[in-house]
Design a protein around this ligand. Sequence first.
Ligand SMILES: Nc1ncnc2c1ncn2[C@@H]1O[C@H](COP(=O)(O)OP(=O)(O)OP(=O)(O)O)[C@@H](O)[C@H]1O
Ligand SMILES: [Mg+2]
Length: 290
Amino acid sequence: MTPDLFEKGAERLELHKAKLSTDVTSGDRGASYGRIHTSGELDTTHGRILYLEDVNVSFDGFKAINHLSLDIAPGELRCIIGPNGAGKTTMMDIITGKTKPDSGQVFFGSTIDLLRHNEPEIAQLGIGRKFQKPTVFEHLSVFENLELALKTHKGVAASMFFKLDGVQSDRLREVLETIHLTQDMRRQAGNLSHGQKQWLEIGMLLMQDPKLLLLDEPVAGMTDFETERTAELFLSLKGKHSLMVVEHDMSFINTISDIVTVLCDGSVLAQGTLAQVQADERVIEVYLGR
Ligand SMILES: Nc1ncnc2c1ncn2[C@@H]1O[C@H](COP(=O)(O)OP(=O)(O)OP(=O)(O)O)[C@@H](O)[C@H]1O
Ligand SMILES: [Mg+2]
């Protein structure tokens, strides 16, 4: 790691600590600072919201993830790049409980061992995932999709008697603004453009107020205008949520990135600013092909 990355990391940690010292109220997550933690409670006081160490996964003898170690700070927007087959999606599968690694550690904060949880539990813990293809309910309106996202998160039993309360209505309107769909809230989701559907799906994740959002190729198939809007959206989410964004679109990465991690053959090949990793001989080699 280069010295300025250390500086950035230290800055992030300081910012996080400053936030904790202002946010501390009884029972709040920030109130956990300095206390002994019980497992199950998100503890980011060590400056990491996600932590992978020496993770390995093989599929029929093929090592898709190979001694992968990586961590992300609270509020960080981390970009992940790498050639096809590098293991980016598989890494997200591991974090979200879809794939169990053969060995290694995966922690959410410093106390929640994600390998002890299944997919629905991990979603409930506050990790939201956006797959490449939008999966909105086409026959429902934008508003109804967002409302449903909240219901689903509350569980089936609660959803039978579900009615938005004031706080939830405010949240829904706030999310509509964030994803630029306030004007379109009564439209049927099936009639939205591809980019708008992607935003709606991100909005559905936001309704569940995730602490960490994983986004796999979010701007694939978007127009230039939609891509720019998405960059603005992600920058506005940074700080409020932690984000891990996998993308091949380098101009998009250039707009949104602080630290970029390059994955190759299932492990971290390089890490730094986009300019730094793009100047790295090993990165140039894997992108140009061996
Ligand atoms: N369930 C699986 N069974 C067998 N092989 C798999 C499975 N999932 C992934 N792989 C293999 O693991 C490797 C990593 O795949 P992965 O989808 O994680 O790459 P990626 O970095 O997301 O690539 P892309 O940029 O093309 O999306 C690939 O060689 C892929 O074929
Ligand atoms: Mg992939």
